[in-house]
Design a protein around this ligand. Structure first.
Ligand SMILES: *[C@@H]1O[C@H](CO)[C@@H](O)[C@H](O)[C@H]1NC(C)=O
Ligand SMILES: *[C@@H]1O[C@H](CO)[C@@H](O)[C@H](O)[C@H]1NC(C)=O
Ligand SMILES: *[C@@H]1O[C@H](CO)[C@@H](O)[C@H](O)[C@H]1NC(C)=O
Ligand SMILES: *[C@@H]1O[C@H](CO)[C@@H](O)[C@H](O)[C@H]1NC(C)=O
Ligand SMILES: *[C@@H]1O[C@H](CO)[C@@H](O)[C@H](O)[C@H]1NC(C)=O
Ligand SMILES: *[C@@H]1O[C@H](CO)[C@@H](O)[C@H](O)[C@H]1NC(C)=O
Ligand SMILES: *[C@@H]1O[C@H](CO)[C@@H](O)[C@H](O)[C@H]1NC(C)=O
Ligand SMILES: *[C@@H]1O[C@H](CO)[C@@H](O)[C@H](O)[C@H]1NC(C)=O
Ligand SMILES: *[C@@H]1O[C@H](CO)[C@@H](O)[C@H](O)[C@H]1NC(C)=O
Length: 306
């Protein structure tokens, strides 16, 4: 509305009208990609959902709270929720970029139509009651940056195609019923800053896939049936790590000095593995707040606050 300020009288009124007209036109001009509207309706249909009144599903989905500044992340009255980016095709097309559906009581599999939300960047499906395998159509979501999918009943293998979603920065897969092994393709995801996998049911996984994930700040691979030697990873390359949890696996070898040299690392959990040898003592001065929880055959549980 800045175009209407510091103008007087009749001219002011005319301009007000012009502004409103322009605003209305802009709003009308940008519409949700029809493929995504169809997908969204199919998804809601599958889940037998009535969308919250705040979500304009009967009309234009990318309107109201989906395009304004409203924080939909922690609002139980707006769940499921979407956010859109309406700057596509010269600001005439809106794509859904975010879908917040956590803490719901859904049942059954994720609908395949989700793969049609091709501009999706963020998806939150924690504790949502889903089961079954991840749909293959997810491989089309190449813009995906954040996927939180912990605490559901997902089964099958974590699909290999996740290694081909190059923009992934955060991936959470704890507390499901996934089978191993963890796909080696994840080694591709060099932009990952946070990877949390846990509670893999069977199939032994290797550890070497983390070697090139040099952007990681948080790495949790707890209870993942990893059978590997800690020495297969050059931890010097994972210099951004603040938290490393490899506990409850079958990891062998000894704890290398390179782990204790990571100067951003604050938490290290290596308990319940098959590590041997003694802990290297040469800790860097920056490790003031490093908490190490290790049980090696020699020591059992050891909590070190160095
Ligand atoms: C937006 O533009 C792209 C590329 O020009 C085109 O393929 C697509 O169909 C357009 N989308 C809509 C909804 O018109
Ligand atoms: C919902 O969409 C309809 C149709 O596009 C539109 O007329 C209406 O203003 C929208 N409602 C809200 C609350 O955004
Ligand atoms: C899900 O079910 C539980 C238990 O029946 C209930 O307490 C909770 O409010 C439900 N959550 C939603 C989002 O419907
Ligand atoms: C790694 O990413 C490239 C490019 O996206 C892809 O072609 C390749 O198949 C991926 N490798 C694996 C093992 O997924
Ligand atoms: C894991 O268990 C499932 C279901 O019992 C089975 O189909 C699959 O072959 C097993 N995978 C491995 C690697 O043992
Ligand atoms: C890490 O990246 C290098 C160089 O791109 C590649 O040769 C190597 O195979 C990768 N290692 C793993 C475990 O993916
Ligand atoms: C481990 O990585 C560091 C940092 O990239 C590198 O300087 C060092 O040569 C590597 N060590 C081995 C044994 O590859
Ligand atoms: C643990 O690793 C050792 C050595 O690699 C292997 O012999 C053993 O079978 C593994 N145990 C389990 C439970 O996977
Ligand atoms: C973890 O290690 C402790 C101590 O060695 C052992 O008593 C416990 O059974 C282990 N737990 C699991 C789940 O392996």
């Amino acid at each position: 509305m800045s175009c209407c300020s510091s103008v007087h009288g009749f001219a002011w009124l005319v301009l007000v009208h012009a502004c409103f007209f322009a605003a209305a036109q802009a709003q009308q001009a940008a519409r949700t990609d029809p493929t995504e509207v169809t997908a969204l309706n199919a998804i809601l249909g599958t889940w037998g959902l009535r969308a919250s009144p705040a979500w304009n599903i009967s009309g234009e989905p990318c309107s109201g709270v989906a395009v304004d500044e409203t924080d939909v992340d922690n609002n139980p009255n707006i769940n499921p929720a979407i956010k859109c980016d309406c700057s596509f095709n010269a600001s005439t097309v809106c794509h859904i970029t975010k879908l917040g559906i956590s803490s719901n009581n859904f049942t059954g599999e994720l609908p395949a139509e989700l793969g049609n939300l091709e501009k999706l960047e963020q998806m939150y499906i924690i504790s949502s009651g889903f089961s079954g395998p991840f749909p293959s159509t997810f491989s089309k979501l190449t813009n995906l940056r954040i996927l939180w999918a912990s605490d559901n009943e997902f089964t099958g293998k974590i699909p290999d195609y996740f290694g081909s979603l190059p923009n992934l920065q955060e991936l959470r897969f704890q507390g499901n019923s996934f089978q191993g092994p963890i796909p080696a393709s994840l080694s591709n995801l060099t932009r990952l800053t946070s990877l949390r996998i846990g509670d893999i049911l069977n199939g032994s996984s290797s550890l070497s896939f983390i070697s090139n994930l040099t952007s990681l700040t948080v790495l949790i691979l707890r209870n993942c049936k990893i059978s590997d030697n800690l020495g297969t990873v050059n931890f010097s390359k994972l210099a951004e790590l603040t938290l490393l949890d490899l506990s409850f696996n079958n990891i062998t070898g000894h704890v290398p000095q390179s782990i204790l040299n990571l100067n951003k690392l604050g938490f290290l959990f290596l308990g319940n593995n098959s590590l041997s040898g003694s802990l290297p003592y040469d800790k860097s001065p920056s490790l003031n707040n490093l908490y190490v929880l290790i049980n090696i055959e020699l020591w059992h549980m050891l909590l070190l606050c160095v």
